[in-house]
Design a protein around this ligand. Sequence first.
Ligand code: PLP
Length: 400
Amino acid sequence: MNREDFSILDQKVYGKALVYLDNAATTQKPNVVIDTLSKYYLEQNSNIHRGVHYLSSSATAEFENARRSVQTFINATSDCEIIFTRGTTESINLVSSSFGKTFIKEGDEIIISEMEHHSNIVPWQFVCNERDANLKVLKFNEKGEISVKEFTKMLTNKTKIVAITHISNSLGTINPIKDIIDIAHKHNVLVLIDGAQAVAHCKVDVQELDCDFYCFSGHKMYAPMGVGVLYGKKNILEEMHPYQGGGEMIKEVTFEKTTYNELPFKFEAGTPSVGDVLGLQRAIEYMRNIGLDNIAQHEHKLMEFTLAELRKIEGVRIIGEASQRAGVISFLIGDIHPYDLGVLLDRQGVAVRTGHHCTQPVMEHFGIPGTVRVSFAMYNTIDEIKIFINAVKKAKEMLS
Ligand code: PLP
């Protein structure tokens, strides 16, 4: 892969070559994405949609063009189904709040899974508290897999929506979301997919999946921080109450009554982060040039090699052993605290994440304080994994 496109990776930390394995937290950005941001602020910066002048109309055209790129990237039916947000967290909050206000009433049920990121738990707790609805949790087994059969049993005529992650950010599990969606739909239940850990690692086709909502963050897919996407089916979005009030989301405002703008603008109150959206578009183009299948294959090799090498180290316990898994690996060694291991890896130039990864219920399930997590991106190499494995062995020796 084009590692040289990522200048940030070409540096030393503590005198050691940087090995960046914290990609589930955020990926690095290729230089072309940074150039796009820079070009925007040097040559194009202007507020969009409301201006008659040259800069404003050209920024508006580029912004709307970026929306169409996202539409093509995930194969949405229409560009009005693409709503720009600040990230996955905001996308989920938008749906839980607006869908909640419009459709959830007392006694209704919302299903999430035990492996959700906090941003796919807490917003649903808000709704349940506000509407007197019930949050039901689909448990996973010791391998970190959910059962479609168990899921089916949980559905009742009160279930309104299921919100589930495509790929777990702490276990690496790839969930059987197509089955979940098909079964939920047979019961007239809608499905939101948290795609934060998926869009940069496998092909996502929202029409093929037939999901009702799909949420993701730009910064986890080689794009700038501060931008994300909510995909929603047009007919459902049209019925939903707006999320935030303000400029752009209105058609007409009087003190007596306000009418709302059409999709997608109804859900995009205020000035969006135009430069970041253009950066997202450039990141998508960059990934498409390399090919999502090539990226997935490369990351799969890294994942298999890492798992095999980690398993050779005495005392290593992999947290999350799902048969369908992605390039996110959580592990522990004996009773070494993950934080101590993380600090010693850092001193050897290896960036990993330690802690609960915003999935405290997952840690509670296993009765552990946290894990050390490595996660891959297209630019990681087998040589880097070898450095990482040696660093783990060294750290283990020092801490045992
Ligand atoms: N969902 C999952 C599965 C994640 O991994 C993350 C971030 O780590 C989020 C949601 C939240 O993403 P963001 O902080 O970009 O909104």
